[in-house]
Design a protein around this ligand. Structure first.
Ligand SMILES: Nc1nc2c(ncn2[C@@H]2O[C@H](COP(=O)(O)OP(=O)(O)OP(=O)(O)O)[C@@H](O)[C@H]2O)c(=O)[nH]1
Ligand SMILES: [Mg+2]
Ligand SMILES: [Zn+2]
Length: 301
């Protein structure tokens, strides 16, 4: 005799999966279960979080040449903000948002700088967090990816080479531009020209303009300022003297801008690695000027 059993139909689950998820960064539709966007490789967790929480996070771009110090700056910033009970507090959204800070701090505590960020967008670390300024009532949701400098340069020279960067820069509400003080001090003009290109790209892309100037807040941060003490004393004067074209362009193209100096390593030594040549080693961790540009920017958004 055959036993009769009742089996619940699970097909309603298929219907749920058939609803596409629109990528929060580029807007392309993806399958429900996919982890990364098929077009720009941004994590779809950003879209799921935005949808379930009913929030529209703001985007903040951290830009600079390869080895300008983006990963070290962002990792240290997040570590300081999630730890300290100061004027700005940050709460990570999703476990993936902690990876960048974890990798940076683990490397620094082992007397190393973190690895260079890979050029492939599917290997970037994205941070989604809630930021709260003590003097403001409502917290703000922010998305900040740690992008590779080479990829940023490629996108600036050939727009749409990196859809993730293209869409992100189009939508982002504020920008942190890192200028490598170490390379400026060594006399190269490369930082000046790269940042001018970026400033031009950002202002031309922005359609929220007042009297021809972009209103998007831009913080120009001289990273590795531990290499040049006067930069800490007056970052704007430093900008005027050392990167004059950049200083001029920022004033002509933006209404909201600020110059800052930051440094994570108090002292850097060099270790000779066989086959690789000299490798920079942080001898002392002494973060300075890390939170100030971020706090300024969050107030302006
Ligand atoms: N003196 C000094 N050197 C630093 C500091 N931060 C970073 N560096 C040096 O700059 C190098 C690059 O730093 P990263 O943060 O990896 O640079 P990045 O901008 O993320 O580079 P990409 O990932 O290639 O885009 C490090 O390996 C260090 O040698 C700092 O605060 N002071
Ligand atoms: Mg990096
Ligand atoms: Zn996408």
């Amino acid at each position: 005799m055959t036993k009769r059993v009742l089996v619940a139909m699970d097909s309603y689950r298929l219907a749920e999966c058939a609803v596409p998820v629109s990528c929060y960064i580029c807007g392309v539709d993806n399958n429900y279960n996919t982890e990364l966007c098929r077009h720009c490789a941004a994590p779809l967790a950003l879209s799921h979080q935005a949808r379930t929480q009913g929030l529209r996070p703001q985007m903040v771009a951290v830009l600079g040449t390869a080895a300008a110090g983006k990963t070290v700056y962002l990792g240290m910033l997040l570590d300081m903000l999630t730890r300290q009970n100061g004027r700005v507090q940050v709460l990570a959204r999703g476990a993936f948002s902690i990876t960048l800070q974890q990798r940076t701090m683990m490397a620094l505590s082992n007397c190393r700088f973190p690895e260079k960020t890979p050029n492939e967008p599917d290997r970037w670390n994205w941070v989604h967090c809630q930021a709260k300024i003590n003097s403001k009532k409502n917290p703000m949701e922010l998305i900040m990816p740690d992008m590779a400098g080479e990829a940023i340069l490629e996108e600036i020279d050939h727009p749409n080479a990196y859809p993730a960067i293209h869409s992100f820069l189009e939508k982002c509400s504020a920008v942190i531009l890192l200028a490598d003080t170490d390379r400026i001090e060594r006399g190269g003009a490369e930082q000046n020209y790269f940042l001018m290109k970026l400033i031009t790209y950002l202002s031309e892309q922005d359609n929220r303009k007042v009297r021809g100037k972009s209103t998007r807040p831009v913080a120009i941060v001289y990273s590795k300022a531990d290499r040049c003490e006067p930069c800490f004393d007056d970052p704007e004067l430093y900008a005027r003297e050392k990167t004059p074209n950049l200083w001029q362009q920022v004033q002509q193209r933006f209404t909201n801008y600020g110059f800052f100096a930051s440094g994570v390593a108090g002292s850097v030594g060099f270790r000779d690695t066989p086959g690789e040549g000299p490798t920079a080693v942080p001898l002392r961790i002494e973060p300075r000027g890390i939170v100030e540009p971020f706090e300024w920017l969050v107030r302006k958004i």
